[in-house]
Design a binder for this molecule. Sequence first.
Ligand SMILES: [Zn+2]
Length: 357
Amino acid sequence: MHFVDGRGNVIIRYPGTVPGKVCSFVGSHLDVVPANPTSWERNPFKLTVEGDMLYGRGTTDCLGHVALLTDLLCTLAEHKPALKTSVVVVFIVNEENSSFVGLGVDQLAKEGYLDKLKSGPLFWIDAADSQPCIGSAGNLQWKMKVTGKLFHSGLPHKGINSIELAMDAVAYIQRRFFQDFKRLPQEDEYNFVTQSTLKPTQISCAPGSLNQLPPDCTVEGDVRLAPFYDVAEVRRVVSAYIAEINANPAVLENPETRGPHSKYTLPDENKKGAVEFQWLADGENGIACNLNSVGYHAILEATKAILGDVKPYSIGGSLPLIRELQEHGFDMQISGYGISTTKRTASPISTAPINQQ
Ligand SMILES: [Zn+2]
């Protein structure tokens, strides 16, 4: 099934004897991220086999999985076992570039090609390290512009230092966030390494000289949210924190940390600092796979039988394609068999186990 010329999704079905009973393997993608041959020791566009090592762009992510599922289909075709459950494999054309919409699994789902897969587990085979991945975090990004009042630093009581106000506003927002979005017992159950976090990751201020209080400062950052919370709730409560600050910025003043002269309101001049907070997008929720699914129990037992041990894990990144399918009613189960430490990607999170964002 192709939505643009030259890039076809492939759906292969091995029929079972019980109508409607299905198990599917989706997510193994035929595309790879770009490779610059001059920075490679071997040709990235050709598979090179040396001992038990395979070299080439996409061997781990995700052509190794395409080969694995092809092998599964060949084995079924050769031995023709009578199965109750139909086995469906969907190879997709687009995963690496999320800005290309409408050509891969998103469009297949939208046009109903995957509807029959909803009645059984859907194994998303594009993770790594041979362990079930059972959860991912939601994510939101924000920008906060803080306005103070420019003044000579020798008369700090006459100005409003926007850097100090920004730092105290961030600390206030974080304090409230960590009270409202505590680690939940399910986060232990799903083996999340970190709890939900809100933090600054970039800061800048109006250029000026060192003897001036800066008039404005911009802080940007993100939120990583456990899937048991909703990003809409984060947007709502953070707006409430900001309203509290703007109603009276003096609540942030603290002589113990900033000394007696750093003020965020100047009542004599009827002036106060201001915080403008903005979400850069609506954000997206995380995923918690269904741990009561027959698919989950199957992969758990299979992993244990082959490796002797099973350690399901969750990640702090987000997996947009998988979340969308789960929202549309698919029983998403995630696994994969590459080795994350040998994966090369164009992003700085090259050791992340999946293509998380
Ligand atoms: Zn991938």
